[in-house]
Design a protein around this ligand. Structure first.
Ligand SMILES: Cc1cc2nc3c(=O)[nH]c(=O)nc-3n(C[C@H](O)[C@H](O)[C@H](O)COP(=O)(O)OP(=O)(O)OC[C@H]3O[C@@H](n4cnc5c(N)ncnc54)[C@H](O)[C@@H]3O)c2cc1C
Length: 415
């Protein structure tokens, strides 16, 4: 694949440096940090604005770990994961940081689960004898399908990864500002966009990329009158104690995989890695929440009990009875079809504003791919790297919900 050109043909040259910035990125979670890095890597003058402190814990990208897996029921995500893996490796090499620990990926569930069968097929996972493979560390009901994709999994160090992309963006000349809440995005006096903050500052950019996570619906409604059906959910991350003597069996070092269960509850987990003696086992979903008025505990007991019951039935080396040792809150921004939104905002803004939103609880792994897609859309008007990698952007259009509330499909549980 050809290396991307360093030139910034669309934004800077057509702007003739009338703008302070070629690309203004709003929101410094994983998506915005990757977009700022990708734009600055192209030589664009990039500004990254974050409403809270950098690396805060009020959005979706904080914490010790996220799974990267190529076992996807929707085949359209597989090329995006592959592109992201390549870009994760490039960023690690460029920064000297290590943020990705490769592991196998285990997919388990009832044989009748169409999502599981598709994920296994799309990732090339092979059916395994679980008892032989993991020495009884994971038990499943009789007849369940258990398949491993040997090099398809991995653990990303989430907060460190966001910090890595912010550091790389700054190294490439981007300006990063925190405690800068964007309250206005308007068309510029002649062209481009003017971005206003609650502190009264104004920045004039050729293009703007909006990556504000759980705040996407609110911000886009207020600046453009666009109604995007993105529902924030309060979601829990739970760490459980491993029983004494069993600690090593469940480590990444010993070959324990990242895993997803397609049964009920939809549990997932990572090997013991970032917090020795503990293992992360959590469950998808959670109750709706308002990111500006959070309850922080709604539904926690029910989720914790469901996961504890699953652990008692399925992971005999983990201590479930006394509850989780660590509980962290996070927000998943769900679209009705669980597919991302990556598109031009359109309307009066045309192609001057690019939106990356609705990452629906499975976006982190794609961060560098999404960042490069959004930056290329802003700079070039199209995402060539994605096209070359086989990522079909037609699935992620902002208008797919017009007159069609479920968007791409009706399946909410198959990512
Ligand atoms: C518990 C949990 C587990 C997950 N597990 C996985 C996993 O294993 N694998 C995976 O791939 N994905 C996973 N995800 C999903 C993934 O973490 C998210 O898709 C991803 O972090 C979304 O990033 P973001 O940049 O869109 O949002 P955020 O990280 O929330 O970033 C948006 C940023 O915009 C800022 N902002 C908002 N409004 C403004 C404004 N007006 N002005 C300036 N800044 C603003 C916010 O403060 C925030 O920092 C998980 C999510 C959760 C909650």
């Amino acid at each position: 694949m050809a290396a991307p050109s360093l030139a910034v043909p669309h934004a800077a040259s057509s702007a003739g440096h009338r703008f302070e910035f070629d690309v203004i990125v709003v929101g410094a979670g994983i998506m915005g940090s990757c977009a700022a890095h990708a734009a600055a890597s192209r030589g664009a003058r990039a500004l990254l604005l974050e409403r809270f402190d950098l690396l805060h814990h009020r959005g979706s990208s904080h914490g010790e770990s996220r799974i990267i897996r190529d076992a996807y029921a929707k085949a359209r995500y597989v090329p995006m994961v592959r592109l992201a893996r390549r870009l994760w490796a490039d960023a690690e090499a460029e920064s000297g940081y290590g943020v990705l620990t490769a592991t196998p990926q285990l997919s388990i569930g009832p044989r009748g689960s169409a999502s599981l069968l598709a994920a296994v097929e799309n990732s090339g996972a092979e059916e395994v004898d679980l008892a032989r493979r993991l020495g009884g560390a994971v038990r499943v009901p009789d007849g369940w399908l258990t398949a491993v994709s040997e090099s398809g999994g991995g653990v990303l160090h989430a907060t460190k990864a966001v910090a890595m992309f912010q550091a790389l963006a700054v190294k490439k000349g981007a300006v990063v500002r925190d405690n800068a809440e964007v309250v206005g995005i308007e068309k510029g006096p002649e062209d481009g966009v003017v971005v206003r903050t609650s502190g009264g500052e104004k920045f004039h950019g050729a293009k703007c990329v909006v990556t504000v996570g759980a705040w996407a619906s609110k911000l886009l409604r207020s600046v453009a009158g666009v109604d995007l059906p993105i529902q924030p959910l309060h979601t829990l991350t739970l760490y459980w104690r491993i029983k004494p003597g069993c600690e090593r069996n469940l480590t990444a070092e010993a070959g324990f995989p990242t895993f997803s269960s397609y049964g009920d509850p939809p549990v997932y987990g990572t090997p013991s890695l970032e917090l020795p003696g503990l293992i992360k086992i959590s469950c998808d979903g959670g109750p709706p929440c308002d990111p500006d008025n959070r309850d922080w505990t709604a539904g926690d007991r029910e989720v914790t009990e469901r996961v504890a019951r699953w652990i008692e039935e399925s992971m005999p080396h983990v201590e479930a009875a006394r509850g989780p040792v660590i509980r962290q809150s996070c927000i998943c921004s769900m679209t009705p079809d669980s597919d991302f939104v990556m598109d031009f905002l359109g309307g009066d803004f045309g192609e001057d504003v690019v939106v990356g939103a609705g990452f629906s609880g499975h976006g982190f792994k794609m961060g560098p791919a999404v960042g490069s897609i959004l930056a290329e859309m802003a700079i070039d008007g199209k995402a060539s790297t994605a096209a070359e990698a086989g990522v079909e952007l037609g699935h992620y259009r902002i208008n797919r919900f017009d007159g069609n509330p479920m968007g791409n499909d009706a399946a909410k549980d198959d990512y």
